[in-house]
Write a new protein. Structure first.
Length: 522
């Protein structure tokens, strides 16, 4: 067994020298730690004269083996590129496990507790890595089932190695080492890459393009702006029709994680293998927000990528990647790709503008609350959904600022506007996320409380009334009061207009009772 391990180690060293790549260093470290574990630790202790007990030395070596396996599978699965957040969790788990297992050398009194915590940390990290690979295999950002099967087998062997006190682990360790070496040889065939060209904003002919009939058809603007989630499918289908011999992919970087919004349309196997090598250049393109051409050399030859940023915001960066290969009419194909990418950017911009103006059209320009039209639309939609599922139970509040005309006459209309803005913020802060509030007109506000009984609605109204009464408004340093009317929406009263009329009548009752109070209409 030792001879087989040393053969594998020599193979890893030879591959590292031949390919001039550091990718094999992790495998070399793992094979070295396995050899160390399978070698009699007594010989090592006798030769090094280390002040470490034999059992503890065995646990320490097992931990190093487990961490080295995790590091290898982390590299093979490209976690730093496709799942940076989970990658950091795995790195943290490995560092914590090593730190906990080394700590007893200095403080031996708590050795058993620290060893147990270290092993639990490693088991959690192993499970996290396996689950992450499984998830990305399901999402098709990892397209090699053999990697998941190997990781699952290694996770089982590592769990047995960490939890078992038996010494019969030599054969499973050897099988695992051979399997990992084969995977390394398979996955690192094209891992040695070198960026030879990064041409930002590649020049294109300064002439008016004459589009073919197929291209003109795809460049037609849709009747209505597309939803953002529908744009990748349209863009990729356009590239498939106009440039069928050039693979196209759309990548989204969101929350520091690489996603494929439409990975089912085109195969992404080659791109996933190449992604770590061009990641830094991709971020340069995103930062400059300009198209670029990247040329990569590896042991299989030369490969070219065309990168086009489509929609770059602070929260999400969407990038189009093309792999032209040895295509004919290179400049013409580049020109067509630029035109299509420009059209895709227009689609994203139109979708964003459509969402912006839809939102603006539904808001009151002064307070930022829903306006009356948007409130009726959303409330009726909610009522219809509630009626279809179960007998609805909602409360409606009608608020009116007391003596607002006097405030306007005394302090001016600008102070009155500032007063209403602050009032809107105060009410919004006291309500739930699902509650709807609108500026109904002037100093009147309407609040819809879904799933709220009349008794609960009364409590909400009282909380709003007290908050307004106790609040000092910055517009004039004074406080004010509100009168509130409440109506209940139930199975007998299924019209929003009727509920509003009832709440309005209740509001007038509050005014008649001296203001700063609440009235209810059943």
């Amino acid at each position: 067994m030792q001879a087989a391990l040393f053969t594998l180690l020599a193979f890893a060293v030879a591959r590292s020298i031949i390919t001039k790549s550091t990718a094999w260093l992790l495998l070399m470290a793992h094979l070295g730690s396995v050899s160390l574990l399978m070698t009699s630790h007594k010989i090592v202790l006798n030769s090094w004269s280390l002040p470490i007990e034999g059992d503890y030395w065995l646990v320490l070596t097992k931990t190093i083996v487990a961490v080295s396996v995790l590091a290898c599978y982390r590299q093979l699965s490209r976690l730093p590129a496709i799942a940076p957040a989970m990658d950091k969790i795995i790195i943290f788990g490995c560092i914590l496990a090593i730190g906990l297992i080394i700590e007893p050398i200095i403080y031996p009194l708590q050795r058993e507790t620290l060893v147990d915590i270290s092993q639990l940390t490693l088991l959690f990290t192993i499970a996290t890595l396996t689950a992450t690979i499984s998830y990305h295999l399901y999402r098709k950002t990892i397209t090699t089932p053999s990697l998941f099967i190997s990781a699952l087998l290694s996770a089982t062997l590592l769990s047995f190695l960490l939890l078992s006190e038996s010494n019969h682990y030599h054969i499973p360790l050897l099988v695992q080492a051979v399997l990992l070496s084969v995977l390394y040889w398979h996955f690192n065939q094209s891992s040695h890459q070198k960026i030879t060209t990064l041409a930002i904003n590649k020049t294109v002919p300064a002439r008016r393009p004459i589009f073919e009939a197929a291209l003109r058809e795809h460049l037609q603007k849709p009747q209505t702006p597309l939803k953002t989630e529908d744009i990748p499918e349209r863009v990729l289908s356009t590239f498939k029709a106009v440039l069928p011999h050039i693979p196209a992919n759309i990548i989204s970087y969101k929350d520091k994680e690489c996603l494929f919004p439409n990975s089912t349309t085109f195969p992404t196997d080659d791109l996933i293998n190449d992604l770590p090598g061009i990641r830094q250049e991709m971020f340069k393109v995103i930062e400059l927000n300009q198209e670029a051409e990247i040329t990569v050399k590896d042991n299989k030859g030369q490969k070219t990528f065309w990168l086009f940023p489509l929609d770059v915001t602070e929260d999400e960066q969407i990038l189009l990647i093309l792999t032209p290969g040895n295509t004919h009419s290179y400049d013409q194909q580049w020109q067509t790709a630029c035109d299509l990418a420009s059209h895709a950017r227009t689609l994203y911009y139109a979708s964003k503008q459509s969402r912006f103006w839809e939102k603006q059209a539904s808001l009151d320009p002064l307070t930022g609350l829903l306006n009356r039209k948007a409130f009726f639309h959303q409330a009726n939609h909610l009522f219809q959904e509630e009626c279809a599922e179960k007998p609805p139970e909602c409360s409606l509040l009608f608020l009116d600022v007391d003596n607002f005309k006097q405030l306007n006459d005394t302090y001016g209309h600008q102070a009155g506007d500032d007063f209403l803005i602050e009032m809107a913020k105060l009410c919004r802060h006291k309500l739930r996320q699902q509650d709807m509030i609108c500026r109904y007109g002037g100093e009147e506000f309407v609040v819809l409380l879904p799933g709220t009984t009349p008794q609960q609605g009364w409590k909400v109204a009282e909380r709003l009334r007290q908050s307004v009464q106790q609040h000092l408004f910055t517009a004039n340093g004074l406080s004010c009061t509100v009168s509130i009317g409440i109506s209940s929406y139930n199975s007998e009263n299924t019209r929003l207009e009727k509920s509003l009329q009832d709440a309005d009548r209740a509001l007038y009752q509050s005014k008649a009772q001296g203001k700063n109070c609440i009235s209810f209409t059943a």
